[in-house]
Design a protein around this ligand. Sequence first.
Ligand SMILES: N[C@@H](CCC(=O)N[C@@H](CS)C(=O)NCC(=O)O)C(=O)O
Length: 217
Amino acid sequence: MIEKPILYNYFRSSTSVRVRIALNLKGIDYDYIALHLRKEEHKKDDYLQINPYGLLPTLKFPSGIILNQSLAILEYLDEVYPTPSILPLNPIEKAKVRSMAYAIALEIHPLNNLHVLNHLKDDFNATEEKIKSWFSRWVHKAFEPLEKVLGRDHDTGAYCFGDTPTIADICLFSQVVNNTRFGIDLSKYPKINSIYENCLTISSFQKALPKNQPDAE
Ligand SMILES: N[C@@H](CCC(=O)N[C@@H](CS)C(=O)NCC(=O)O)C(=O)O
């Protein structure tokens, strides 16, 4: 049993949603510390001492161990707390799951992060409409091929890989939740939508939703 960690996060942050889902799935109790991104609480000295990158989420253990980067946290949790598993053990299966997770976490999220959107607005005078179009562009650029992969691949089940959720579903679900804030039309992605709906039936995913957090607005 691991010690009770502190999760520094924000209700709306999709990378925070990812870690909340994994903690919930694994039944790990944690203390919730909210940092308001729009109020730039993640840029204050106290937090930068904990995570010099100034990004959320961060998971801190009573032992003093501090972890950041949501995918690194997910994999760490899966290794020290293997049941239920969120990554297959077989190397090729693991690579397939990581590939889908990375299609979202590495191809969409870094381009649509708050500091990127703020940079477009502040330094390139991008309008709200242009920012929405930017956000939407990177979602579709990854979701279109992901939908094809999910439709083609025999490994696809109720979830991205088989019939239990993995880190791929955790990333997919968190991204779909984030998309709703930008009004992205996802109607052309039946597979992605059905996986999202299946995730919604699991209480660990429900509990991690932005609206169910103590700092929800
Ligand atoms: N790759 C990192 C990304 C972390 C990240 O960008 N978090 C966002 C919230 S979803 C953040 O803290 N943004 C603050 C900012 O953009 O200023 C991870 O997966 O943890």
